[in-house]
Design a protein around this ligand. Structure first.
Ligand code: DC
Length: 222
C-alpha cells in the first residue's frame, strides 16, 4: 500500500493550499475530497435532487463522471473549478456530505487514489474514515473569524461578491453541521498533528508539517 498523509480540518483552515503544496513538494498524488463533495452538490442542484432524496443522490454519486486533471476539476469532461468554489456550492456540498449512504458510495473511489509513490489527501474524514492507516495525520484549524477573512479575500480575488459578516455566520453554521452529523463528523483523528493556523503564515504551517514528514520518512529527503 502506498504511503498516505491526510490533512483534515474545516474550510478556510488553509488545508487546500497546504495539501496541494505538500503533494507538489513530494511529487505525490493529491486528493481534494472537498472538490468531490462540491461537484456532487453542484450536480444535485443542476438535476434538482434534494438532500433528502437519498436513492437519487446515491445514484448520482455512483455515476459521477469526475476527474482531476492538470489542477482542474472536470465534471463530464468540462471544467467546473469556478462554479464549485462558490459559497452556494460549498453549502450544497455540506448537505449532500451529511448523507451516510452518499459517503459510503464515494469511499472506494477515494481510496483508489492511494497509489505509488504516495498520496496527500485533504478533507474532513481522510484520517478518521477513508485512510485510517495513514502514516501521517494532520488536523488543521483556525478561528472562525480568521477563516471567514481568508474566504472573503479568496472570493473577492475570484470576482465573487461577499459579505464578511455573512461569511462568519455561514462558516459557523457549516462547522456546526459538519461537526454534528452522525457519520464521519469533523474531528481530529487520534495521534494527529494538530496545527492552529490562526496566527501562522502558510510557510510556517508548511514548515511544521514538513518536520513531521522528515521524521516519518527520513529517506525521502523532503
Ligand atoms: O473542504 P471544502 O470546503 O471544499 O468542503 C466542502 C464541503 O464538503 C464541506 O462543508 C464538508 C464536505 N466535506 C466532507 O464532508 N468530507 C470531506 N472529506 C470533504 C468535504
Amino acid at each position: 500500500m502506498a504511503p498516505v498523509i491526510t490533512i483534515d480540518g474545516p474550510s478556510g483552515s488553509g488545508k487546500g493550499t497546504i495539501s496541494a503544496r505538500l503533494a507538489r513538494h513530494l511529487g505525490w498524488h493529491y486528493l481534494d475530497s472537498g472538490a468531490l463533495y462540491r461537484t456532487l452538490g453542484l450536480l444535485a442542484q443542476r438535476r434538482g435532487v434534494r438532500p433528502d432524496q437519498v436513492a437519487e443522490l446515491v445514484d448520482l454519486a455512483r455515476n459521477l463522471r469526475l476527474e482531476f486533471k492538470d489542477g482542474h476539476t472536470l465534471l463530464d469532461g468540462k471544467a467546473v473549478d469556478a462554479e464549485i468554489r462558490s459559497e452556494q456550492a460549498g453549502n450544497a456540498a455540506s448537505r449532500v456530505a451529511a448523507v451516510p449512504e452518499v459517503r459510503r458510495a464515494l469511499l472506494e473511489w477515494q481510496q483508489a487514489f492511494a497509489r505509488e509513490p504516495g498520496l496527500v489527501a485533504d478533507g474532513r474524514d481522510m484520517g478518521s474514515v477513508v485512510f485510517p492507516g495513514a502514516e501521517i495525520k494532520v488536523f488543521l484549524t483556525a478561528g472562525p473569524e480568521e477563516r471567514a477573512r481568508r474566504r472573503y479575500n479568496q472570493l473577492k480575488e475570484k470576482g465573487f461578491d461577499a459579505s464578511l459578516a455573512g461569511l462568519v455566520k455561514e462558516i459557523e453554521e457549516r462547522d456546526e453541521r459538519d461537526r454534528n452529523r452522525s457519520v464521519a463528523p469533523l474531528k481530529a483523528p487520534a495521534a494527529a498533528l494538530e496545527v492552529d493556523s490562526t496566527a501562522l503564515s502558510i510557510d510556517e504551517v508548511f514548515a511544521r508539517i514538513l518536520v513531521r514528514v522528515q521524521q516519518t520518512f527520513p529517506d525521502l529527503g523532503a
